[in-house]
Structure formats: C-alpha cells, structure tokens
Design a protein around this ligand. Structure first.
Ligand code: ZN
Length: 213
C-alpha cells in the first residue's frame, strides 16, 4: 500500500490490515519540503507491525515546479473549481502506483491499496476513480498480470473518513500522529493551508454528528 503517514493513507493502512495478512507500506521521497513526514510514516508503520519501504523518487521535483517541493513557489491558499492548485505534482500518483506495482509483482503480490479520494479531493486529477481504473488496466497490460488497485476512501468525504478511522479504532492515532498539513505540522497542523482546512472541517462535522448520537 502507498503510505505517506497522512490522514488518508494511515486510515487506508489500517483498512488494509483488516483485509490482508501481509502488508508492505511504501513511502516516497519526491523532493517534498517536509521530508520528515517520512519519519512519521515510518514510526506509524513500525507500530502497526508492517514492513516499511522508502522509495527515492526525488527526480519528480526536478521535472516540474510546485509549491510542495519548491520553497520559492507561494502556495495557493484556496482550491478554485476547475483550476489545478500549485500543490499539484504532475505525474505523482502515476509514478508512485507504477513503482508500487513493480515492487508488488516482485513479491508475488497483486493487491495494491491507495488512499486517494475524489469526494473531498483537492482538484487533483490523479486522485479520481477514472484515472485509477484506467491505470489499473494499463498496469495489467504492461506486466501481463491481474493487479487490483483498492481505493477504500474513493467515495468517502472527510467526515466519513474520520468515521472510518473511529470504526477501525484509530481515531486518536489519526488525530494526534498523522501529518496532512502542507506546512509540515503534524496532528491539527497549521490550520491555515487547504489540507488543514479540509481535515479540520471533516473532523468538526464528524464530532458534531457523534455528539448527536
Ligand atoms: Zn496546514
């Protein structure tokens, strides 16, 4: 499974552990400014007792500039429908999933899991269901295999993702240990960037729903 140590991929990791006996967690260095997210990911993977692998794909940052890898690019504060925010990293999920699939194939694994979602997504085309399904077909053709890419969060909004974390018994771990923030702050983050706002809104909605019950 593709594992960054953020809210979505950590929730997906524990979903994966419920479904599969042997799990590999793959993290990627892609030239991100906040590379310590990898250390947070490694710690969570160790505690979850899954094998952690770090892939160096830092060439991605040299291909195209964006605000997550280049400190000189000022981050877009809002997501404007129809516009790609400059936190988008062209090809990122294409590269990651392709590499993960080769890794899996070498180990006789045909099931892949990624925490992408198109419900509350940030306008990234490579988080959409059509892209994942298309890539799944392409990877099968590329390697003459029958891979299955699972996307447990695809149709969940952030409120439902918090609910799933709670159901999996990892609500506190997600809240206090994962890093979603574009400014590199774990847990509740900076509270200002689009990723924090999305996470926070989902959390508030979920807590309000829970208190009503
Ligand atoms: Zn933030």
């Amino acid at each position: 499974m593709l594992f960054s140590g953020g809210q979505d991929s950590t929730t997906s990791l524990f979903w994966t552990l419920r479904k599969f006996k042997k799990v590999y967690a793959l993290s990627f260095l892609y030239g991100q400014k906040h590379a310590h997210e990898v250390d947070l990911a490694r710690q969570i993977a160790e505690e979850a007792d899954v094998e952690f692998q770090l892939m160096d794909t830092s060439f991605i940052a040299s291909l195209a500039g964006n605000s997550l890898t280049d400190s000189s690019v000022v981050m877009d504060k809002e997501v404007i429908p129809g516009n790609l925010p400059n936190t988008f990293i062209p090809g990122r999920n294409l590269f990651f999933l392709s590499i993960a699939t080769v890794f899996a194939r070498e180990r006789g694994v045909s099931d892949l899991v990624t925490g992408v979602s198109q419900t509350d997504y940030s306008g990234y085309p490579d988080c959409r269901d059509s892209f994942i399904k298309s890539l799944n077909v392409t990877l099968n053709l590329a390697m003459e295999e029958q891979f299955v890419i699972y996307t447990p969060l695809m149709w969940l909004d952030k409120t439902e993702t918090w609910a799933l974390a709670d159901e999996l018994g990892i609500f506190n771990l997600i809240r206090s240990r994962t890093m979603t923030c574009y400014n590199g702050l774990p847990a509740d983050g900076c509270g200002e960037c689009p990723a924090c706002k999305l996470r926070q809104r989902g959390l508030e909605n979920y807590l309000a729903l829970k208190n009503k019950k």
